[in-house]
Write a protein that binds this ligand. Structure first.
Ligand SMILES: Nc1ncnc2c1ncn2[C@@H]1O[C@H](COP(=O)(O)OP(=O)(O)OP(=O)(O)O)[C@@H](O)[C@H]1O
Length: 635
């Protein structure tokens, strides 16, 4: 029997391991299963190259719980270890590996991604004693290593006859909850549901596939079918060949749908489309990303992109790996090239990670281009569900902005969908004002801005419907990308002022009359919020129109949705409106010519309230007064 000290220089590693992030004790299982998986893959490789004279069989990893003995056992059928190898790999390599990991971890507590790399010694997070019984595929006696959490260990021969390694964890008193089947089942499902080697966790009853229940008829012709024969089989908890590990050419549309359902069993909406990632140079990455159907009631944070490493779950926090705007996607990425023992900030500096992030952005862009080209009608149908992600991407990544010009859509109130270039082409002649500004008209809400939309469409203008929260930032960017293009919301002014043409409307009122009228209206309106503006417009247009100056509104919106670009302090600026009075409207002439001061005031108030009403600005006492006044008028 051998006894020894693992490493005299660091006696305190065990208490350190135990103290290691309390909530992450669960990773011990993933680490030990990964070792079993590696041991199985290595053996497979050795057999393949003729260096191991043995059969792999249907090698699996078995996880079992013994509540009475208070143990959890993880048993593999991999290459095993000789006694000398235990000495080398467990006492020296694994130990110094754990030591190194903890050393890094100490300085970098919460930042480490997925806490990979602690390895074999993570067993001591939950166990007070660990036994390792192993038999190598080589012709050598089995070895039995025991360690009770002190740096001392024992190593003796064992009579284990079958190849592979068995780790027996004697669960510590403070970790007994790990002896619950549900707990272990949950962890297997979280970390290992796509493990490369099958994992057996108990058994289950299934209908015997070899057996066909017989149906018999009695004298009256009533049919009875006998019960199905049940058999007990291994409960294999994982799918060893998930869709993302296959070649895109080998998968059909329904395979992707099935995988989406497998990944998110609680998600009842189908995904809109998928992007299969598959690259092996200059880095290794596979995965499938899904564009989810975003519905406002859905908890967007719930089903996130999952990061795997060689089919083992690491984390669903892909910050720093996947560009921000794509974090609303779902699916899986699997890459052995993402360093996990660094902090999040360390990730950003990593060359491979930067390339990965760039590659994902490019693939998503390419896929969108091809979907758009392949079936534009279908793309238009999906636009509402994907626009937020794309608009966010256009704002945050310049390369994506350039690519998105090919497929980003701008829907109109009449349900046409234009690309930006198509829109500019279509409206170039009609919507360019006398100063050469190409005015892109848009509305944020079809109902609220109804009268303005109508006025614009009657003139034959195209009005876009742009209602995303970040759209004001995007408009700013689009304006910057095209010369003399100006976005203007339809209610920013009277339509004739939004796109000013050469033909000036002649005012029915003389300058003198206008000068007389202005203070009369200002006195009746009596509000600092409204700036009265008298303008000669089409006589059929409304007499009073309330407008929100484009610049002011957009700055406020940009500030509200964050992301910079807004003017300092604009967010707190009070609402300001223009009250545009159409001096060519017959009603305005009536107001001017009415010599009864009270009646004149009444007319102004009534017209002003109607203008407010059309902008949904009439509330409370003002609304009550308006209704009373209106009834009085029709009496
Ligand atoms: N189940 C096992 N079967 C065979 N060898 C094993 C097994 N578990 C551990 N080993 C050996 O012990 C070594 C150290 O294991 P440990 O888990 O500490 O680190 P690792 O697996 O090399 O790396 P990582 O830090 O990523 O886990 C392994 O490299 C392997 O040689």
């Amino acid at each position: 029997m051998a006894k020894g000290n693992i490493n005299v220089s660091v006696e305190n590693i065990f208490p350190l391991i135990k103290k290691f992030l309390y909530s992450d004790h669960e990773i011990f299982l993933r680490e030990l299963i990964s070792n079993g998986t590696d041991a199985t893959s290595k053996l497979k490789h050795l057999i393949a190259i003729g260096e191991a004279d043995t059969e792999l069989g249907d090698a699996k990893i078995e996880v079992s719980i013994d509540k009475e003995a208070k143990t959890i056992t993880i048993k593999d059928q991999g290459l095993g270890m000789t006694s000398d190898e235990v000495e080398k790999y467990i006492n020296q390599i694994a130990f110094s590996g754990a030591e190194e990991f903890l050393d890094k971890y100490k300085d970098n507590e919460a930042g480490i991604i997925g806490h990979f790399g602690l390895g074999f010694y993570s067993a001591f997070m939950v166990a007070s004693k660990v036994e390792l019984i192993t038999k190598s595929f080589k012709d050598a006696p089995a070895a039995h290593w025991t360690c009770d959490g002190s740096p001392e260990f024992t190593l003796v021969e064992s009579d284990k006859a079958d190849r592979g390694t068995e780790i027996i964890l004697h669960i510590a008193e403070d970790s007994l909850d790990f002896l619950e089947e549900n707990k272990i089942g949950g962890l297997l499902d979280k970390y290992n549901r796509f493990n490369q080697v099958p994992i057996k966790f108990g058994t289950k009853e299934i209908n015997d596939p070899e057996f066909t229940p017989a149906t018999t008829k009695d004298a009256e012709g009533k049919e009875t079918t006998e019960a199905h024969k049940q058999i007990t089989v291994d409960n294999i908890i994982n799918n060893t060949a998930p869709a993302w590990t296959k070649m895109p050419a080998d998968l059909k549309e329904e395979d992707y749908d099935n995988f989406y359902r497998e990944l998110y069993p609680m998600q009842f909406e189908e995904s809109l489309f998928h992007i299969h990632l598959n690259v092996d140079y200059p880095f290794n990455l596979t995965g499938i990303l899904f564009f989810p159907k975003l519905s406002p009631s859905m908890d967007m944070q719930k089903d996130k992109i999952q990061l795997y490493q060689n089919q083992v779950f690491v984390t669903d926090n892909v910050e720093g790996i996947v560009p921000d705007f794509l974090q609303m996607l779902k699916g899986v990425i699997d890459s052995p090239d993402i360093p996990l023992n660094v902090s999040r900030s360390g990730l950003q500096a990593d060359g491979a990670v930067k390339k990965i992030s760039g590659y994902i952005t490019k693939k998503v862009g390419d896929k969108l281009v091809s979907l758009f080209k392949k079936d534009r009608a279908d793309f238009e149908k999906k636009w509402n569900d994907i626009k937020v992600i794309i608009e966010y991407g256009m704002l945050s990544e310049d390369k994506f902005f350039d690519k998105a010009k090919k497929f980003a859509l701008y829907p109109t109130v009449a349900n046409s969908y234009f690309t930006f270039d198509e829109l500019l082409e279509k409206t170039k002649d009609s919507q360019t004002d006398k100063d050469g500004n190409h005015v892109v008209l848009y509305a944020a809400n079809k109902d609220a801005q109804h009268s303005f939309i109508q006025a614009a469409t009657e003139k034959g203008y195209e009005v876009l419907i742009l209602d995303s929260p970040i759209i004001s930032h995007l408009m700013q960017k689009l304006e910057g990308s095209a010369e003399k293009v100006k976005f203007t919301r339809v209610d920013a002014d009277h339509i004739d002022n939004l796109i000013k043409k050469e033909d000036n409307v002649i005012s029915k009122l003389s300058d003198e009359e206008t000068t007389t009228l202005k203070p009369i209206i200002e006195a009746a309106v009596n509000s600092k919020t409204y700036t009265v503006q008298l303008e000669a417009m089409d006589s059929a247009a409304s007499p009073f129109i309330i407008t929100v100056p484009e610049f002011m509104r957009r700055m406020k919106e940009m500030q509200a949705s964050g992301g910079g670009g807004g003017m300092m302090g604009m967010g707190n600026f009070p609402d300001m409106y223009n009250l545009v009075v159409n001096t060519n409207s017959p009603l305005v002439s009536d107001i001017l010519n009415n010599k009864d001061g009270e009646a004149q005031k009444h007319l102004i108030s009534q017209a002003f309230d109607l203008a407010k009403l059309s902008q949904n600005l009439l509330h409370g006492e003002e609304l009550t007064n308006f209704i009373k006044r209106s009834y009085a008028l029709i009496k």
